[in-house]
Design a protein around this ligand. Structure first.
Ligand SMILES: [Zn+2]
Length: 336
């Protein structure tokens, strides 16, 4: 009997699966595995179109409330609102007739041209020459770091940075170690603190503080155009990409309300879905999402959707850069 259990894997699927993309691009480095090449993305869409069961995300939240989850359904989401979502993903999604939801970081007060993590990645991993010693006080910690013999960016160090994937590999260089440490600290801070420290870091690295438009974010006009197509839905992703679970209820509330109000003005419809930046939330976040009249909250926990799930803790699977056949196998394993 024990042997038989080992031989026959019990099938429990299919399950509802929500896919999470960020960028459709080929950047020189992709430390957090957030970029999928346009060629590979098109192959994903070809497979998804063949399956024929990609639905709008709101249909999934509606069916959770109705107690009628259809295990066949798949939804596509994008986080962060990079320009390539508009220029590359949008026309491909239109071509294949597939719906998608875009979770957008935006607000009235901050004009984000580039996310701090992209700026930090370029500054620490790709600046040609850095001072050897890094010494800075960051949120009550004295960060004192020696980059040793990596002052000059050699082709070898550069190649190691281009191939580094931080979720599966330890930092491969001293510079990468420094980047990772700074990333972990900055992630937990408020927007104002992040940019204050980022500017200090760029000053230390002697790079142009104003040079911050290499990983562009969608403009208001692009966002408006995107929202006008019925295939697409815009969702909330906070005003400044705050790690909600690490902040108090007041900051969480202003991050969400400012973002929702801003997006409602642009789209002219009610924003009722939110994705928590970095997948970070706590009890306050869930309560706030409910109180603000949202209908669904999405995490970054890689899990299929069960009928019993809380509509404010819906998991998603991050799709990495892979070709169509690998994607097909990956998706099948997520669904079953
Ligand atoms: Zn995000």
């Amino acid at each position: 009997m024990l042997k038989l259990n080992g031989l026959f894997k019990k099938s429990t699927g299919p399950h509802v699966v929500i896919l999470m993309y960020h960028r459709i691009a080929q950047p020189i480095s992709d430390v957090w595995d957030t970029a999928v090449s346009p060629q590979n993305f098109e192959q994903h869409l070809q497979h998804l179109q063949k399956l024929g069961n990609v639905v709008p995300l709101s249909l999934i939240t509606d069916s959770i409330y109705a107690g009628q989850l259809n295990g066949n359904n798949i939804a596509i989401t994008f986080d962060d609102g990079y320009t390539d979502n508009f220029t590359i993903a949008r026309p491909l999604l239109e071509q294949y007739g597939l719906p998608a939801t875009f979770f957008i970081t935006a607000g009235n007060h901050k004009n984000i041209k580039e996310y701090w993590w992209d700026d930090l990645e370029r500054t620490i991993l790709f600046t040609e020459r850095l001072p050897q010693r890094f010494l800075m006080s960051i949120s009550n910690e004295e960060v004192d770091f020696d980059i040793k013999n990596e002052v000059d960016l050699t082709p070898k160090i550069r190649a190691r940075h281009c191939g580094w994937h931080a979720s599966v590999q330890p930092p491969p260089t001293q510079r990468a170690l420094l980047y990772y440490h700074l990333w972990s600290k900055l992630k937990l801070l408020s927007y104002d603190e992040q940019y204050l420290i980022l500017n200090k870091i760029k000053k230390w690295a002697k790079v142009d503080i104003e040079k911050n438009n290499e990983n562009k974010i969608m403009s208001v006009d692009e966002l408006k155009q995107l929202s006008e197509n019925n295939l697409f839905t815009i969702g909330a992703h906070t005003a400044t990409h705050a790690a909600l679970g690490h902040h108090g209820p007041d900051l969480q509330k202003s991050e969400l309300t400012e973002n929702i109000d801003f997006l409602q003005q642009i789209t002219d419809y009610k924003i009722d879905l939110v994705a928590y930046p970095y997948g970070s939330y706590n009890g306050n976040t869930l309560m706030l999402a409910y109180e603000l009249g949202l209908l669904g909250g999405f995490t970054t926990e890689a899990e299929p959707i069960q009928q019993s799930i809380s509509p404010f803790k819906i998991g998603r699977f991050q799709v990495k850069d892979m070709n169509g056949s690998r994607f097909q196998r990956q998706l099948a394993s997520w669904r079953h």
